[in-house]
Design a protein around this ligand. Structure first.
Ligand code: M6R
Length: 367
């Protein structure tokens, strides 16, 4: 059942290239120049009338939504807010008829997400669901559904479902952009070509798992660490931190790198592990100076970097892991993989039950 892997989580991490291909299949035109989403009932006219977006979800699905916010704002130039589902319905969200609410849920059965969906519809919003389960409550009740084709996810820690949600956001963002013309055909084609290279690039990342295993064993002796990044890297840092807490029980925090010096830097001491994501070219120099701030206090830094930066970054970090080159917007689909492996191997090194962490359930059907 585990197809030769020791745990479902590791199997599911390795299934990501297939999950990406399956989620993209049939949704890119044959000439590779446009996105086709026949499952959407929302018309081009209706989509043109949408002026704001709320993305609502829990846990890892919310973290996919944080990437989704970056994707939609970048491609469509419409303001997007993200919200924790358990907070959304109790804070009288401002939902107008031109609001599109996007709920994200692997299982499609998360009680808080379902309640947020119902609240949004009650207030007159159209709801689009991104879910992995056909026929789930969320899939049945949403106005539009994009199914991720990650296949069944057994491990409590979500991996391939998260990354397939990213693919769904890329596809939907591009579809929306081509519909309203915020990106022209060649711009869309350019992103689609980069997306189609992702599965093979993930294979390359997976082939370097041993490097991460070594780092994981060393961090497993620590009781606290930090994940830092800027922009879309910060969203990925949050997912990396949750994954590590969830299955290794090591405390960690994700921080927007520029915020460290406003308080948290006080916690960095000799040997504190810091996982720094620096895949975004536009904030690359800023990230390097944030890394230096932590190193000056003794941090032990693992840099998640772009291929080609190895030599340059070597003097600023203690260890590094390079991901293949892709478009800045698409990097989360690659950079999350070493973080998934890091939490897997840390949990393993500590002898925890990787697939069934304490206190947690795969699907949270109570509010
Ligand atoms: O099924 P859902 O995507 O709605 O689940 C949401 C969260 O409970 C889930 O992502 C949780 O955070 C994972 N165990 C994280 O790995």
């Amino acid at each position: 059942e585990k197809a030769g892997f020791d745990h479902f989580m590791l199997k599911e991490i390795h299934e990501q290239p297939k999950a990406y291909r399956d989620t993209m299949r049939g949704r890119i035109s044959e000439d590779g120049r446009s996105v086709v989403l026949p499952e959407l009932k929302i018309t081009a006219e209706q989509l043109k009338g949408i002026n704001r977006v709320h993305i609502v979800a829990c846990g890892t699905a919310l973290h996919a939504g944080l990437v989704g916010k970056n994707v939609i704002e970048n491609l469509v130039r419409i303001p997007v807010e993200t919200d924790v589902a358990s907070e959304y319905r109790y804070r009288s969200p401002i939902i107008t008829p031109d609001t599109l609410v996007i709920v994200v849920s692997q299982s499609g059965e998360t009680a808080d997400t379902l309640a947020a969906l119902r609240e949004a519809q009650r207030c007159g919003a159209r709801v689009l669901a991104i879910t992995n389960v056909v026929g789930s409550s969320v899939a049945r009740e949403a106005d539009d559904v994009i199914i991720t084709l990650a296949g069944p996810e057994i491990a409590v820690a979500s991996t391939k479902a998260y990354s397939s949600q990213l693919i769904a956001f890329f596809l939907f963002g591009l579809y929306w952009a081509q519909t309203i013309g915020s990106k022209n055909e060649s711009e869309v084609a350019h992103v689609l070509a980069a997306m189609q290279a992702l599965p093979e690039q993930v294979e390359k990342v997976l082939a370097q798992a041993e490097v991460i295993k070594g780092v994981a064993e060393s961090i497993s002796h620590h009781s606290s660490l930090f994940f830092i990044g800027r922009g879309i890297d910060y969203a990925v840092a949050m997912e990396g931190s949750l994954k590590l807490k969830e299955i290794s029980y090591i405390h960690s925090e994700a921080y927007a790198a520029g915020e460290l010096k406003h308080g948290t830097l006080a916690l960095i001491e000799e040997g504190t592990p810091v996982i720094a994501l620096l895949t975004q070219e536009d904030v690359y120099e800023k990230m390097l100076s944030n890394i230096k701030e932590t190193k000056a206090r003794g941090a032990d830094v693992l840099g998640i970097i772009n291929e080609g930066h190895e030599v340059e970054v070597a003097k600023s970090v203690d260890r590094q892991f390079a991901i293949p080159r892709t478009l800045p917007l698409l990097t989360p689909a690659l950079s999350v993989v070493p973080l998934q492996l890091l939490s897997y191997y840390a949990s393993l090194a500590l002898g925890h039950d990787v697939d069934k962490p304490r206190n947690l359930a795969k699907s949270v059907t109570v509010e």
